[in-house]
Ligand binder design. Structure first.
Ligand code: AMP
Length: 487
C-alpha cells in the first residue's frame, strides 16, 4: 500500500486518535487527512506546473506534519527546515532546493482558514520520486541536500516496522530530533504508518528540564527515539526511570555512538524495556543496521556493535582501492533500496560517493568500520565530519563560514573531546587585521557574527587566536600540532 494511503486510512479507522501532540497542541488523524488534502489542493493551484520542492520552515507544530503530507500529496517533495537554522542559511537551503514556496505554520493556518474540504485527487509522489530532501552540513560551507525517494522511505519503514513489531494504533513515539534531522523520520513515519501518536519534545522542553520531565510523565511514550546524547542528558536526573515513563517498551538509538554505560543504565532503570542501537547515514534513509543491546551483548562487547544490515541491504568493508576486506578495518559501503539517488543538484558530490549498479545504488559512508562476529562495528570517521551532541557537522563547513567573516584571515576547527567523546568544537583563528580587544571580546564578536550564518549547535565553544598556524612540511596548517595544543 502507498505510504500516503496507509497514513490516510487511520482517518477512517481511528479518526479521533491524536496523530501528533506538541506542547498543548494536538492534531487527530481525521484533521491530518482533511487539512493535508486541503493544503495539497491549494499548493497545486498555487504552483501549477511548478514541481519544485516545498520548503517547510517551523519547529514542532502540527502544521509541519500537515505540510509534509500535503506536499507529497501534491506530488512535490518537502524540505523541512527547523527554526534553529538562521535566516542566511535558510535562504541558501531554499535557493539550493530551488523551492519557490516556503510554508510556515502561520501561512499554513492562513491557507487552511480560507479553504474548504476537498476530495480532489492529485498526482502524488510515486515510488521513485523524491519524497523529502534533508540538508546536512557540507564540507565547503554549503549545506547539501540528500534526496530520499518514496521507495527509499518505504524500504526503511518496512524493515523498521517488521523488526520492531510496533503495536498498530497502540504506540506513542517520542520525537526528540528536529524534523530537519533524519532521525525524526524514524519516529514520524514509524508513528503515522502504524496509527500511533507522535509526542514531540519542543525547544521549550529542552530549555526547561522540569517541564521536560513533567511532559514525560504525562506523555504515555511507549517507543523512545532519540540520540544517545539526549538519553545521557536525561539519565542525569535520578527520577528518570520506569516510574517516570512506565509505558516504555523500547529505546531506539541512532546517529552517534551508543556508550555501553548508557545502555547498561537504561536496562537498569527500565527493566521492562529493550535497548536498540541502529546505525546509518541520512544518505541511506535513517538507519541501515540494528542490534538489540542485551546484557549478553554488553558483557561481550565494548565498544558496542551497530548490528546487522536490514534484509535486502549489503554492507561491505572496502579498502583504499575499493576491494572488499574481510575482518579488517576499512570504509563502510552500503548498497540497497534505502540508498538515496544522491545530492540535489550536485552531480559532482553525488558522483564522488554514490555508485549505480544493476539493481540499485551504493553509498560510500566515509565511516571506518569492521565486520566481526557477523556484526558491523563503527570505528570513527575518515574525514572532517563530527557528531556534536548528535548533530552532524563538517569541520570544513564551520571553517568556510569563519573565513567568510571580514575579520578572519584563516581558520581551523577541531573537535574538543571529553572521555573519548566529541563534546564541542574549538576554532583556531588568524585575524585579518590588527588584534583589538581581549580574547573574550573577540570570541563573543565572532560568535555573534557566526550565529547569523550557522545554527547555535554548530558554534565553537572555544576560540584560540594565533598570529599564524603551525605548518606541516608540505605547507598545510598542522592540525595535529593544533590538536596537541588543546591538551
Ligand atoms: P546522519 O546523517 O546525521 O544520520 O549521520 C550519519 C553518521 O552518524 C554516520 O555516517 C556515522 O558516522 C554516525 N552514526 C550514525 N549512527 C551511528 C551509531 N549507531 N554509532 C556510531 N555512529 C553512528
Amino acid at each position: 500500500m502507498h505510504l500516503l494511503d496507509r497514513i490516510d486510512s487511520w482517518a477512517d479507522r481511528i479518526p479521533e486518535r491524536v496523530a501528533h501532540q506538541s506542547g498543548d497542541r494536538v492534531i487527530t488523524y481525521r484533521a491530518l487527512r482533511d487539512q493535508s488534502d486541503r493544503l495539497a489542493a491549494w499548493i497545486d493551484d498555487h504552483l501549477g506546473d511548478d514541481r519544485t520542492p516545498i520548503a517547510v520552515h517551523g519547529h514542532k507544530e502540527p502544521e509541519m506534519l500537515v505540510a509534509f503530507i500535503a506536499a507529497v500529496k501534491s506530488g512535490r517533495p518537502y524540505v523541512p527546515i527547523d527554526i534553529a537554522i538562521p535566516a542566511q542559511r535558510v535562504d541558501r537551503i531554499v535557493a539550493t532546493a530551488c523551492a519557490s514556496l516556503v510554508l510556515t505554520p502561520a501561512k499554513i493556518a492562513e491557507v487552511l482558514a480560507g479553504s474548504t474540504p476537498t476530495e480532489r485527487r492529485l498526482r502524488r509522489v510515486q515510488a521513485g520520486d523524491p519524497f523529502y530532501i534533508l540538508f546536512t552540513s557540507g564540507s565547503t560551507g554549503e549545506p547539501k541536500g540528500v534526496v530520499i525517494t518514496l521507495s527509499n522511505l518505504e524500504a526503511f519503514l518496512g524493515w523498521l516496522i517488521a523488526e520492531q513489531r510496533f503495536t498498530e494504533q497502540g504506540e506513542t513515539f517520542l520525537n526528540q530530533a528536529p524534523f530537519s534531522f533524519d532521525l525524526s523520520v524514524m519516529d514520524l513515519y514509524g508513528s503515522l504508518a502504524t496509527g500511533g501518536t507522535l509526542f514531540s519534545i519542543t525547544k521549550e522542553h529542552v530549555a526547561n528540564l522540569k517541564l521536560l520531565y513533567t511532559a514525560f510523565r504525562e506523555s504515555g511514550v511507549t517507543t523512545w527515539v532519540s540520540t544517545p546524547s539526549f538519553a545521557q542528558m536525561c539519565l542525569v536526573e535520578r527520577t528518570f526511570d520506569h516510574g517516570m515513563l512506565p509505558g516504555v517498551t523500547r529505546f531506539l538509538f541512532c546517529g552517534e555512538t551508543l556508550a555501553p554505560e548508557t545502555a547498561a543504565q537504561l536496562l537498569d532503570r527500565f527493566p521492562e524495556a529493550q535497548v536498540w542501537n541502529t546505525y546509518g547515514p541520512t544518505e541511506a534513509t535513517v538507519a541501515t543496521t540494528s542490534i538489540q543491546i542485551t546484557r549478553d551483548i554488553l558483557a561481550r562487547y565494548s565498544p558496542l556493535p551497530v548490528g546487522v544490515p536490514m534484509p535486502g541491504v549489503e554492507i561491505t568493508i572496502r579498502g583504499e582501492g575499493g576491494g572488499i576486506l574481510t575482518g579488517e578495518r576499512g570504509e563502510i559501503v552500503i548498497a540497497g533500496p534505502n540508498v538515496s539517488p544522491g545530492y540535489l543538484g550536485r552531480d559532482d558530490l553525488t558522483a564522488a560517493v554514490f555508485q549505480s549498479y544493476a539493481t540499485g545504488t551504493s553509498y560510500r559512508t566515509g565511516d571506518w568500520g569492521r565486520i566481526s562476529d557477523g556484526f558491523v562495528f563503527f570505528e570513527g570517521r575518515m574525514d572532517g565530519q563530527v557528531k556534536v551532541h548528535g548533530y552532524r557537522i563538517e569541520l570544513g563547513d564551520l571553517e568556510a563560514n569563519l573565513r567568510a567573516l571580514p575579520h578572519v584571515a584563516d581558520a581551523v576547527v577541531l573537535p574538543l573531546e571529553r572521555n573519548g567523546k566529541v563534546d564541542g568544537l574549538a576554532a583556531f583563528v588568524v585575524l585579518a587585521g590588527p588584534r583589538e580587544g581581549t580574547d573574550f571580546a573577540l570570541s563573543s564578536a565572532l560568535k555573534t557574527s557566526l550565529a547569523d550564518r550557522l545554527p547555535v549547535y554548530m558554534l565553537p565553544r572555544k576560540f584560540v587566536f594565533l598570529e599564524a598556524f603551525p605548518m606541516t612540511p608540505n605547507g598545510k596548517a598542522d592540525r595535529r600540532k593544533l590538536a596537541e595544543s588543546l591538551g
